[in-house]
Design a protein around this ligand. Structure first.
Ligand SMILES: Nc1ncnc2c1ncn2[C@@H]1O[C@H](COP(=O)(O)OP(=O)(O)OP(=O)(O)O)[C@@H](O)[C@H]1O
Ligand SMILES: [Mg+2]
Length: 249
């Protein structure tokens, strides 16, 4: 216990020294007391051994690279407890029969949200979609397979368009078809949430995903497909949206 606290303090010190004042403010916003305690619990349970470097700062979460005891990389998504995104998440939680109690406080809702992303990853992974394998969820922390090389994540589709767009799209449609088959919609699919892993698409950021019973399922799936169509049409001008729908069936 004591030892893991010391280790955590040391790691945070290192992360902080690596940046300027803005950066330290960012870190202080992520690592509030309850979050520090939750990280410490992951350390003492042996789920994680270290936090190494930050990969991304998003609207609701920060993503870090961590390591396990046996030196394997993990991506650790830490949902911030103090950002006011409560209302934005509600439409994706309410109506999902898996989460009848959406969470009373903002903090509870972030915990439900992390659970939701974990469950969606699990279902999609089991269905054969290329998404990071989920390892652990605890409070506002999600530990998953790391998709990166050394200390950098693989680029997004937006950052690195594929060399062979049609082949890449076909593979992406396989993943979409897999989670569709499992009765899920991604809900936030776009060129920002697909990583180009050496010319193979891996899909991330699945917290918005909803099951078929959800009232917005059809709308969200249609929006996902429209986003993918819009982006790939730039590289494949002959592509038709209707044709794309049949690929995943
Ligand atoms: N499993 C992973 N392996 C490697 N890098 C990851 C992984 N998951 C996320 N990342 C990195 O973090 C970035 C943001 O991740 P993600 O899209 O899941 O969160 P987000 O966009 O911050 O979510 P939000 O909608 O809350 O802003 C990714 O673009 C990628 O660089
Ligand atoms: Mg994202």
């Amino acid at each position: 216990m004591e030892e893991s606290l010391l280790a955590l303090d040391r790691q945070l010190g290192q992360l902080k020294r690596a940046g300027d004042r803005e950066w330290r403010k960012t870190l202080d916003a992520v690592f509030d007391e309850p979050t520090l305690r939750a990280i410490q619990q992951l350390f003492s349970r042996g789920v994680l051994y270290t936090l190494e470097n930050i990969l991304a700062t998003g609207k609701e979460a920060n993503v870090f690279r961590g390591k396990t005891h046996d030196g394997r990389n993990r991506a650790v998504k830490i949902y911030r407890l103090n950002t006011a995104t409560f209302r934005k998440l509600a439409p994706y939680i309410d109506g999902d029969p898996r989460f009848p109690h959406g969470g009373k406080s903002h903090r509870d809702r972030m915990f439900v949200w992390a659970q939701k992303e974990y469950k969606n990853l699990h279902l999609m992974h089991a269905a054969g979609a290329r998404v990071p394998r989920p390892y652990h969820v605890h409070r506002n922390l999600l530990v998953m397979q790391y998709l990166g090389w050394r200390y950098r994540p693989y680029p997004t589709l937006r950052e690195l368009p594929p060399a062979k767009p049609r082949e890449f799209l076909e593979q992406l449609m396989d993943s979409i078809g897999a989670w569709q088959h499992a009765g899920l919609a991604h809900g936030d699919l776009s060129e920002y949430n697909v990583l180009n892993v050496r010319e193979t698409p891996w899909v991330i950021d699945v917290g918005q995903g909803v099951p078929r019973q959800h009232p917005r399922f059809d709308e969200l799936h249609a929006r996902d497909m429209a986003n993918i169509y819009r982006w790939f049409r730039k590289w494949l001008p002959e592509l038709k949206l209707e044709e794309l729908e049949t690929w995943s069936m």
